[in-house]
Design a protein around this ligand. Sequence first.
Ligand SMILES: Cc1cc2nc3c(=O)[nH]c(=O)nc-3n(C[C@H](O)[C@H](O)[C@H](O)COP(=O)(O)OP(=O)(O)OC[C@H]3O[C@@H](n4cnc5c(N)ncnc54)[C@H](O)[C@@H]3O)c2cc1C
Length: 410
Amino acid sequence: MTTTEVPSDLAAFAGFLRERLAVLSGEFARPSDAADRAPGDDRIAAVEELREGHEEEIRWVRRFQAALYEAGIAWPSGPVVHGGLGLTPAHDAVLDDLLSELGFPSREALFVGLRIVAPALLHHAAPALRDEVLPALYRAQIVGCQLFSEPGAGSDLAGVTTRAVRDGDDWVVSGQKVWTSMAHLADVGEALVRTHPEASKHGGLTMLLIDMHAPGVTVRPIRQMTGGAAFNEVFLDEVRVPDARRIGGLGEGWRVAGTSLGSERSTMGGAAGPLTPYVMERVVGLVRRLGAEADAVHRPQIARAVAAVAAMRAVANLSPGSWSHRLEPVSGSVLKMLMSQAADEIARLAQDVLGEGAFVDLGEADAYAWSEFVLGVPALHIAGGTDEIQRNVIAQRGLGLPRVSAPRAT
Ligand SMILES: Cc1cc2nc3c(=O)[nH]c(=O)nc-3n(C[C@H](O)[C@H](O)[C@H](O)COP(=O)(O)OP(=O)(O)OC[C@H]3O[C@@H](n4cnc5c(N)ncnc54)[C@H](O)[C@@H]3O)c2cc1C
């Protein structure tokens, strides 16, 4: 396929994708009728919930991603040289929407590599590293994770203390990371490390791409209240990382982290985030099936949930240049806030209409299916930076408001 065959008009592009995806639907799409699915296959999660025995599911998602890559449609906005179509993020959104609408598997297990690590590589890495890693991520030959947070550095991310010391052509990295989603599946990790302790807090950081199978890397899962274990502690004990696997310049780690975080936040507020068209279809179906739309209490709730998601999607689909120049740089934070607020509305609605069926398997359709979503929504207010941090970013960097220090105890 040459890119000249690919229409750039969004509606025509959707038609083009539908044709390509039709070929894959037999092998990968889920049955549209919930009754056709295997028991337990109707669960809805806000955060990917990987459980014991999920290996087959992950292999399947990776096969699906590889099939998308072979079909030439895995990365609409990506450069042609790396297997993309050279189009725009709006074309990525069309693909994400269609995959959800047509019942293809969620690619959330690959989300960190594709939407957080890949943008950093694309915008900051040397050509050789880009050429090696980007196609491998996009055909799911390798999986990526994000080694940013530490026990003492979450909201205050620039406070990371993981040290990297130069030794010949290598860096020797020691420290601890935490909350690392998918680290147990990952082959590479985008690691924010301190290379210049004598420099300023933000200026002493550099970004390295760590081989997660290298000696000295230990991954320990963290169990969540939903029962899954999607994230981990990662211990780095004198891990050798060639300087050729540096992403961006020395001391430019903070800038590279900004690229990853901006993409992470925008993605969470788009069709590849937790509020997919499939989730909306399911919640509307649930309300209708239980006759809740006729209920005076539930009606305003339904309206609020649908309006919140519609607002999020409308903002996500703004074309470049539509944002005010002040808010454009913080658009990811705006989207993430809209997403977490909309997720609250949906979780509350599902919980209220299902009653005890939200958490107990009553043997009826939809009973228990929403428990992971309801229990997972609080995490959406934290992952990718907490709500408080997004508000600070929007206020200070977007609206130019002054930094407010915490009130002092009297
Ligand atoms: C589901 C999930 C997946 C995650 N995946 C990853 C991952 O893959 N890789 C990774 O590196 N990290 C990951 N994280 C970690 C996440 O980025 C951090 O949890 C987050 O940035 C908050 O940091 P913290 O947990 O250290 O909380 P803290 O920074 O200790 O914050 C505690 C509380 O204080 C508030 N607070 C702190 N500073 C301020 C301030 N200046 N103004 C106002 N309020 C403030 C916070 O809002 C919060 O309510 C994940 C988290 C979750 C929930």
